[in-house]
Ligand binder design. Sequence first.
Ligand code: AKG
Ligand code: FE2
Length: 305
Amino acid sequence: MVTSAPLFSVRHELDTSPEAFGELRDSSSCLDQPEVLRARLAEDGYLFVPGFFNRDLIQAARGSVTDRLAAEGALDPAFPTIEGMGRPDKPLGFRGDLAKNNAAVERVVYGPELLGFYEKLFGEPVRHFDHTWFRAISRGQGTPPHCDLVYMSRGTHQLLTCWIPYGEVPLEVGGLILLEGSHRKQDRLRSYLEVDVDLYCENQPKQVEKVVAKGGWSHPGWLTYNPTVLRERLGGRWLTATNWQPGDFLTFPMTMVHASLDNQTNRVRLSSDTRYQRASQPADPRWIGADPAGHGPRAKQGMIC
Ligand SMILES: O=C(O)CCC(=O)C(=O)O
Ligand SMILES: [Fe+2]
C-alpha cells in the first residue's frame, strides 16, 4: 500500500512496504452468498464490508456521541461539534459509557441489518452480547495487538467481533489493523490464547492483591506492545482500509490478532466493537443481562495455580 506519511501503532513506526502492509479484501459484493462469506471468513479470518449501513444511521450515531462529548467539554469549541475535534488537554480513550442508553448507537449495532447479516452468516438465530464497547481515541492513542478471546472466552468461542467506525477514518486517524493469517497460528499463540484476564491464582498473594483488592487484571490482555516485532516473528502483513467510511464494518473471530494505528490528529476516532454468536450456544456470562459484570468484581474467579 502506498502511504504518504509514516504510520505508527503503539508508537512503533510500521513498515508500510507491500510485504508488510496491505489492504483488506472487500466482501461487499458477496452479501447474498453466505457460503462465500463463510469460506472467506475461514480463509482470510475476517470479512470487510464497506458501505453496508446507510450513512445516515452512522451519522446519527456519531452525532449522539459528539453531542455528549461536547456537553462534557471534551471537544474543541472552535469546530462544529459533529467534527469531533478533540482538545489536547482532554485525552479520551475507552468510553463504554458513550454507548449506554444511546438509541442511535444501538440502532446501528443491534439493528435488523447487522443481526440479519449474522443470521445469514451463522445460518441460524443469533444473539449479541448486551455490553457495547465504544472508543473515543485521541491523538497519540492506539490499541496494542491482542486477540479478543482473552476477554470473552467463558461461553462459545465461535463468536465474532464487529468493528464499526463512526465517521471517516483515514490512516492518520488510526483505524483497526489485522495481522494477516494470524487466525491460523493458534498453535504459536497457545499460551496467550489460554489467558482469561479475570482469572487469578488464589495461592499467589500478589495476584489476589491486584485482582481482588484492586479490581485489576491478572494479565494485561495485550499480546505485545510491539506490533513491528510481532509481525516479523509471526509473518503476514498488517491489513487495514485506507479510508474507512461511515457505513463500513469489519468482522473477525476471537483468535485473529488485531490492533489499531495510532491517531496522529486532533480528530477523535469514534468506533464501537460488539459481539455476535449463535443463540443456541452458551454466552460468556460477563457480557450479558441488564447489568453485565464485565471485568468487574463479580467476574473475578480464583483458582489454585
Ligand atoms: O478500536 C480499537 O482501537 C480496538 C478495537 C478492538 O480491539 C476490537 O474491535 O476488538
Ligand atoms: Fe479487540
